[in-house]
Design a protein around this ligand. Structure first.
Ligand SMILES: [Mg+2]
Length: 295
């Protein structure tokens, strides 16, 4: 039987993650599976804890939190023998959903115990790994604002407020993108690059993305006026934006994005900055635990 390290972010989902712990403990004790819990104390902590868990030989490292916790655990265990797993414990659970982990903790734990493993592609940019999707431009600027805090707003209302603040202040940035056929000038509102289809807690920005085809999916949303943006933006929640004339979808194993100035990139809850973003993909580079085996 496999051994499990649970890395719990006590702040994730406004306490949602930590509330799962007693039930996980009961199920894993009853199943006589080797398991242990650790609790994160701040940004970056889950990377260190996950790396140590892997060194100690834990087969499966489970992020109990949101996408930010998943990304840190991923960066702690990438290129080791440990497998990445996630329980839905945050506000945004895009990765856990992408690997079919159920929302119900009982069935999710049964999936963990079954330990069905699949290798999916591993992305890297600005010296950090990602397993789902990242965005540069308007969306990253909104995320940056939300991360900094827009009091008194929280959760979805914070996001909507930050969206409108950004809508009125966001300046056009010309970029150069190279998808393997040479550089091309673009004038985007945002560029999303990913392995999985969703980001930002449920936005279906790359609806056709396949996690193990060795290729990134890329969405380029062209610049548009503020009224069109406010009207069209909700389309990313169901993926219907791909039909808009301002949207170009691509697939490539190579993406180089030059922005001319330092711009934010949002990656699974983390904000990074760069002016040259060189995306690389490692086909099948990450073993992940797949849910949905109890249906
Ligand atoms: Mg793909």
């Amino acid at each position: 039987m496999k051994s499990y390290k649970f890395i719990v972010n006590p702040k994730a989902g406004g306490g949602r993650a930590i509330k799962l712990v007693p039930r996980i403990k009961e199920i894993f004790t009853q199943a006589k599976a080797e398991h242990d819990f650790e609790y994160t104390s701040g940004p970056g902590d889950a990377i260190e804890r996950a790396a140590r868990a892997s060194e100690k030989g834990f087969d499966i490292v489970v992020a109990v939190g949101g996408d930010g916790t998943v990304n840190e655990v991923l960066n702690g265990i990438a290129h080791t023998d440990s497998v990445l797993a996630a329980l839905r414990g945050g506000k945004g659970n895009d990765f856990a959903i992408a690997v079919n982990m159920p929302s119900d903790i009982e069935t999710a734990c049964q999936d963990l115990l079954k330990a069905k493993i699949k290798r999916i592609d591993l992305g890297k940019v600005l010296d950090r790994h990602f397993i789902n999707s990242v965005g540069v431009g308007f969306d990253a600027t909104v995320a940056l604002r939300v991360n900094k805090g827009v009091r008194p707003f929280k959760g979805v209302s914070a996001y909507i407020y930050a969206f409108f603040l950004t809508l009125f202040s966001y300046k056009q940035v010309e970029m150069e993108i190279d998808l393997g056929n040479g550089p091309e000038e673009i004038n985007p509102l945002l560029v999303a690059v990913g392995i999985g289809s969703n980001y930002g807690g449920g936005m279906k920005i790359l609806p056709g993305a396949i996690q193990d085809d060795g290729l990134f999916d890329i969405c380029i949303l062209d610049w548009m006026d503020k009224a069109s943006l406010a009207y069209n933006f909700p389309k990313v929640f169901n993926g219907s934006h791909v039909k808009m004339k301002q949207v170009t979808m691509n697939r490539s194993e190579k993406v180089i994005l030059k922005t001319g100035a330092q711009l934010p990139l949002h990656m699974e809850g983390e904000i990074l900055f760069g002016d040259e973003m060189n995306f690389t993909i490692e086909p099948g580079g990450m073993p992940v635990l797949i849910g949905g085996s109890n249906k």
